[in-house]
Design a protein around this ligand. Structure first.
Ligand code: SF4
Length: 629
């Protein structure tokens, strides 16, 4: 059984350590599992011989708590946790969430808002002479000037706000070891300005000797919102490790300098990370507090690869993990499957084998590992690139091997499947395997929308591709005699989505017989292309103006349309249909989204009622607040 890293001074002393090398401060509870970034970074450093202690969710209101494990020899590493702390705390409606899945017992308030900034500043205050290095999703996606939806304002780079010495962006294993080695060799943190996958702050650009790209400054974006779209496009074009340049952004008199991205990890490097001796659960001290529920999602799941060449606009994964897929070997994945199968509460079901996109098991095409991913072309949008390698045979073979392991009854795929990529594989074998062995009755997929203009902003394929997949899925299930269904996910209020587009989606749901139980309102999370659209009103890819709704009531209407059958949504649906000038969808016809009450007096009065209520609708339209706007 593996041992957790020390979390108290006593545990440090029990190991016979006089001093730790690195203190890791995390906004999440300590879960020693390869799906948790802080655990991975700590295990990687440990494997290189560094003494690391974990300080999870310290009470930041009491300064001395951060010093509880003593002063580290080489530095402090800070992460907000597995999620951005603001996303973890607040909903799309900017309301406080009820539960924090990354905290024991789900209790809210155990980490501060903007956790990375708060911890980093405190660490600097306690030990001004110690290097403070920030990383994780929160630091990575806030590395340039960015829009914070919950504060509704443009914030400077998190490096400027936190006062940290160095920022690790992307997946950080390579960078953290390189930095640790330099520090252990006696280098001053201020001189470590050359590590790929890191950013730093400087007062002038004298030491930047390579060619670089300048983004619009923070101050200029404050003056002109549209420049955020331009900044996003410029920095996103330089994210490729093979040809990307250094990127610089000015903040008043200072500069944030981003070095080029790290090269993709090799299979051996990926295996080495995932083969480390994780305890695979939360720290035992949390047991009496109710445990950490985030482990439930991943306990019986396996990460088989990283990266995504899907490049959906609302997702920042490609900006964090890169567009080039980095995969583990079958042997390494099978070792993990075996470990899972030996867990005492394992019931024979592997919940997932995947990554950001389940069926991306290798780079999109052969040139990506030689010269990088195309700068001005996406691999799957607007159409599947003709150079794409959509062969699923490696994934099929991996899944077969896992299924054959003793004690494993079933292997599910819960990570998203890109159906356009699946359909691009001419062999059709993966769909067969998927339906036969890896779906638990319902396959969740994410068309996200169906209106062409919205899908264009999202960077997603057209609805005809979704319908083609549905037909293929249904036909396959009929062929093999299984009753399985597709459960599609859609997003409301994405930039580009007008009330008419939302009505179009509702009509599509009506025609396809989908009645989603859960719907997702678009959340402009830091660092995504869609967030730049939301703030600037401009599509960074096309440079063209985009419709954006920021009105909470209009957003609520779009959301309600997706669940137009829910009686609670009647008022909003009615208002939405009035706004869209679609009164034809209010009435008693089977195509109507808002069915008028039938009345107790039989069909004659129904007709009469219909006319009367339509009159009321017109009256309401005149009185509608939205029409007054
Ligand atoms: S050639 Fe096609 S598949 Fe390859 S990187 Fe470019 S767009 Fe992607």
């Amino acid at each position: 059984m593996s041992e957790f890293l020390p979390t108290t001074l006593e545990e440090i002393q029990q190991r016979g350590w006089e001093q730790i090398d690195f203190l890791f401060i995390s906004g999440d509870a300590y879960v020693d599992h390869p799906s948790f970034g802080p655990a991975v970074i700590c295990r990687v450093l440990e494997s290189k011989g560094y003494k690391v202690a974990m300080l999870s969710q310290p009470d930041w209101k009491v300064e001395k708590n951060l010093a509880a494990l003593g002063k580290p020899r080489l530095g402090v590493l800070v992460s907000g946790g597995n999620l951005d702390s603001m996303l973890c705390h607040y909903t799309a409606a900017r309301k406080l969430r009820k539960k924090d899945n990354y905290t024991p017992g789900g209790i809210m308030g155990k980490r501060p808002d903007h956790a990375t900034v708060v911890y980093s500043k405190l660490a600097k205050k306690i030990w001004p002479d110690l290097p403070v290095i920030i990383g994780g999703i929160e630091a990575s996606l806030r590395r340039f000037a960015h829009y914070d939806y919950w504060e509704n304002k443009l914030l400077p780079s998190i490096l400027i706000e936190s006062g940290a010495d160095l920022l690790i962006y992307g997946m950080g294993e390579k960078q953290v070891v390189e930095i640790a080695d330099y520090l252990a060799g006696g280098a001053d943190i201020s001189t470590i300005q050359y590590v790929r996958g890191t950013s730093y702050v400087c007062d002038d650009l004298q030491n930047v000797t390579e060619q670089y790209v300048s983004l619009p400054s923070y101050e200029s974006i404050l003056q002109d919102k549209k420049l955020l779209a331009n900044a996003y496009k410029l920095q996103s074009d330089e994210q490729d490790p093979f040809y990307g340049k250094i990127v610089i952004q000015q903040f008043a008199t200072r500069y944030v300098v981003q070095n080029q991205a790290t090269y993709p990890l090799t299979e051996e490097e990926m295996d080495a990370i995932y083969d480390l001796p994780y305890c695979r659960t939360y720290h035992p001290s949390y047991e009496k507090l109710g445990g950490v529920s985030a482990i439930e999602e991943v306990k019986f799941s396996i990460i088989s690869q990283r990266g995504c060449f899907g490049s959906c606009s609302f997702c920042a994964i490609h900006s964090h993990q890169g567009r080039i897929i980095q995969a583990r070997s079958h042997e390494s994945i099978l070792r993990e499957a075996k470990l899972i199968s030996e867990l005492p509460d394992f019931k024979g079901y592997i919940h997932d084998v995947g990554g950001p996109t389940a069926n991306f098991r290798h780079p999109a095409c052969s040139k990506q590992l030689k010269t990088g991913a195309c700068k001005h072309r996406q691999c799957l949008f607007p159409d599947v690139c003709q150079n794409i390698d959509a062969d699923h045979s490696d994934y099929i073979s991996l899944l077969k091997k896992i299924r054959a392991l003793p004690g494993i009854k079933k292997v599910f795929i819960r990570s998203g499947i890109r159906y356009d990529y699946l359909l691009a594989d001419k062999s059709n074998e993966f769909l067969d395997e998927l339906c036969r062995y890896h779906v638990s009755g319902q396959l969740k997929i994410a068309p996200e929308h169906i209106s062409p203009s919205v899908l264009k902003c999202m960077g997603k394929p057209g609805k005809e591709v979704y319908l083609k997949f549905m037909r293929a899925f249904n036909k396959k299930n009929e062929e093999i005699g299984l009753k399985q269904f597709v459960v599609p996910y859609f997003i409301s209020s994405h930039p580009g989505c007008t009330i008419n587009d939302a009505v179009e989606l509702a009509e599509f749901l009506r025609d396809t017989g989908h009645h989603p139980e859960q719907v997702q309102d678009f959340i402009p999370t830091p660092g995504s292309c869609s967030t730049a659209m939301y703030y600037s009103g401009v599509d960074p890819v096309t440079g063209k103006k985009v419709f954006v709704t920021q009105n909470p009531h209009e957003k609520a209407m779009q959301r309600a349309l997706m669940q137009y059958k829910n009686p609670k949504n009647r008022t909003l649906v009615k208002e939405a249909l009035q706004m869209a000038n679609r009164l034809d969808l209010i009435g008693s016809d089977s195509k109507c989204l808002l069915r008028l009450s039938q009345g107790p007096q039989g069909s004659g009065s129904r007709v009469k009622g219909k006319v009367l209520q339509k009159d009321n609708v017109r009256k309401d339209t005149r009185n509608s607040k939205l029409r007054k706007r």
